[in-house]
Design a protein around this ligand. Structure first.
Ligand code: ZN
Length: 686
């Protein structure tokens, strides 16, 4: 591992900024720490709230991530209060958290890391703690002590595994008392502790320690076949995609039957090598690489035994069996180790490994599924490296349970904001680049949905998706081109959505066009184009969505954006009114055929939504004005005055109705038409 330290960048920084700089360098190296793991500290002279000089430990706050940490993420803890704890024989976690809260330099700031005392009990100024892949590869083996001696000699102390907390901090302090000349500490099955008089010294010490481990591992790995070689070869990419498309919604249905999940599919070479290897099945059940991975990945992955990876039906059967077995085993593991007051979080796997196919990871959102994926890549790397050195060993089930159901971790969960109404759901919107479709996409995203924004205008769809990502976070939206009149195009967009999120919950079938002409002057091409988009388009979307929703087995909600014209057609608007009536009729058939599968279908009838609308083109405005015998300028006002409330209908008003029909708020409603037209008597549903 190469040092990333630059003296030029570090010059002129004050001590806390130097700590920020060094911490970010550690965070920039994913094989040292992933997703909030690891922590750093520096002891500094400061003034307390009364202006007295004190020595304070600036240590990473709980919940921050080293790679983009800032000054405010380092709460200050007074050292005299920390050192006063050295005489105590033990202290439980809650008491420790409460104690440290009294020793803070600033009130109401970040809560110091649970590993604070690990830093505070050491006399060195700068301390770095990592969960380096290379180190856990050495220490997660049945030859741990021996290997550490071989690689490092006697100057490195190795400390047996213990869950982070007061006692582990004391273990480290005591070990250093006995070996004052030690240059670093290795926490078995966990990570490293290095130090220095300056942040730079501690950083270089870390890099040096890891480099030695990496060199030892690559020397051992030379000429060896990883994971015992291949057992099942990877399915060719095209077929693999077909199988993944069949398995994803099926798996999402299995793991989402209590609470829905978002899936991520990964077919990277390293994953395919591991899942198809001779040792993959056994190694995947050995346990996590480091304790904090358990929070994201659970103790073990769900390994799917299947010797026919090219046959989607056999893979699905095998997936079902593997998930059921996982649920049984996990429930047993929970029952065996539960402490008082613990409740089962959920018994479903986070990582599903399928030989020949790849890996699915699950999470409450795409971001979490990606974190799980990232962590499991590190797990594979550690398993590969460790098994070149000796037999891989991990935390015992009891130790893993104590981390997974650690009251402090559970406490963190209770502090998270409650999940939004449409969290864990995936919505697909057609015609999402403008007008009603855009407002609907935004509104559903606001309520927590992942949104697949589709439109004939690919750039426009992407723009709306990017906006959603900026507002609500990475992975929350996808912008795709979809021509609703093309069978293949519709299928491709649904496939992209399936691979991105694992399945679908909500379909807002909205794309539409308008043509205005009296019947005796209408070109047949205009009539046919209206039906292609406004009738066939909805059919193609509904057909693809029904197939997907049925294979997923979690129900679903369709919302068809129709029009006031379905109930009250307009003259010179024949092609539009007739084709939209076909859409409304189709929606009712979807309700009839979907009901048995928990799939609902409802209709929204808006009227005269001009804002940001591509349907109301210059030409249509001109034609409709002529049909009503008014000027183009009078058009919006004409429509406003036509309704009972005298209201202008905005895209956001329609989006609100769509949200109601797409969500469980309308769980008992199907085949229904909801008007958003300010009240047009002729268009009352009946
Ligand atoms: Zn740690």
């Amino acid at each position: 591992m190469n040092s990333r330290w630059s003296d030029a960048e570090a010059t002129g920084l004050d001590p806390l900024d130097l700590l920020v700089y060094g911490s970010r360098l550690i965070g920039a190296e994913p094989s040292l720490v992933v997703w909030g793991g690891g922590n750093t500290s520096l002891k500094v002279a400061e003034r307390d709230f009364r202006g007295r000089e004190v020595r304070a430990l600036r240590v990473k706050g709980s919940g921050s991530d080293l790679k983009n940490i800032t000054r405010k993420d380092f709460p200050g803890v007074r050292m005299d209060e920390i050192l006063a704890l050295l005489d105590r024989p033990d202290m439980d976690d809650q008491e420790m958290v409460g104690y440290l809260a009294h020793a803070l330099q600033e009130l109401g700031g970040a809560r110091p890391s649970i590993e604070t005392l690990l830093h505070g009990f050491l006399s060195q100024e700068a301390v770095i703690h990592t969960h380096a892949d290379a180190i856990v590869s050495l220490s997660n083996t049945d030859r741990c002590r021996e290997v550490i001696q071989e690689v490092y000699g006697k100057d490195i102390i190795s400390i047996p595994y213990r869950r982070p907390g007061f006692l582990l901090s004391k273990d480290v302090a005591n070990a250093l008392k006995t070996h004052p000349g030690a240059t670093a500490v290795i926490l078995e099955k966990h990570g490293t502790i290095t130090w220095g008089q300056t942040v730079k010294e501690a950083y270089l010490e870390t890099i040096d320690l890891i480099t030695q481990a990496e060199n030892a591992i690559s020397a051992k790995a030379k000429g060896r076949v990883r994971f015992g070689g291949a057992r099942v070869s990877a399915t060719p990419p095209g077929e693999r995609r077909e199988v993944a498309l069949a398995v994803a919604p099926f798996l999402r249905g299995l793991v989402g039957r209590d609470k829905r999940a978002i899936l991520h599919f990964d077919e990277a070479a390293a994953v395919l090598e591991f899942v198809g290897s001779k040792e993959g099945a056994v190694l995947s059940q050995a346990g996590p690489a480091t304790p904090d991975h358990t929070i994201y990945t659970k103790r073990v992955a769900c390994f799917v035994e299947c010797d026919h990876p090219r046959d989607p039906d056999r893979v699905k059967t095998a997936v079902r069996a593997a998930v059921e077995r996982f649920v049984t085993d996990y429930t047993r593991y929970f029952e065996a180790h539960r402490q008082e007051g613990a409740t089962l979080l959920d018994p479903f796997p986070r990582v599903v490994l399928i030989p020949g196919l790849g890996m699915f990871t699950t999470g409450k959102d795409k971001r979490t599924a990606l974190i799980v994926d990232d962590i499991y890549h590190h797990t594979i790397a550690v398993l590969g490296a460790a098994s070149t050195i000796g037999g891989f060993v991990s935390l015992t089930p009891k130790e893993a349970f104590e981390v997974e159901y650690w009251p402090l971790e559970l406490y963190k969960l209770t502090r998270e904001p409650p999940e939004k109404e449409l969290a864990r759901r995936v919505a697909l919107v057609t015609g999402g680049a403008s007008g009603i479709g855009k407002a609907v996409s935004r509104r559903l995203a606001q309520e927590g949905a992942h949104v697949v924004v589709t439109d004939l205008d690919e750039g426009g769809a992407r723009k709306v998706a990017d906006e959603i990502v900026t507002a609500h976070g990475a992975g929350r939206a996808l912008g795709l081109r979809m021509d609703v009149t093309g069978e293949a195009a519709v299928r491709q967009a649904f496939e992209a959505a399936t691979l991105a999120y694992g399945g679908l919950d909500i379909v807002v079938s909205n794309a539409g066009i308008a043509v205005s002409a009296p019947l005796d002057a209408m070109a047949v091409s205009d009539w046919e184009r209206s039906f292609a988009v406004n009738a066939t388009g909805h059919f193609l979307v509904a057909r693809e969505a029904l197939r997907l929703l049925k294979s997923q087995g979690l129900g679903g909600a369709f919302v068809f954006v129709a029009t006031k014209n379905v109930m009250s057609p307009g003259k010179d608007f024949g092609a539009y009114s007739a084709s939209k009536a076909a859409e409304a009729q189709l929606a009712k058939i979807v309700a009839l055929e979907g009901g048995a599968h928990g799939i609902r279908a409802n209709i929204v009838n808006p009227d005269a939504v001009f804002q940001d609308s591509r349907l109301w083109s210059e030409e249509i405005r001109r034609d409709r004005a002529r049909a009503q015998g008014i000027t183009v300028e009078q058009l919006e006002e004409f429509y406003r005055k036509r309704n009972i409330l005298g209201a202008s209908i905005m895209p956001e008003d329609v989006a609100e109705a769509v949200l109601f029909l797409a969500s469980d708020r309308s769980a008992k409603t199907t085949g229904c038409t909801l008007t958003v037209d300010g009240g047009v008597k002729d268009a009352f549903p009946r």
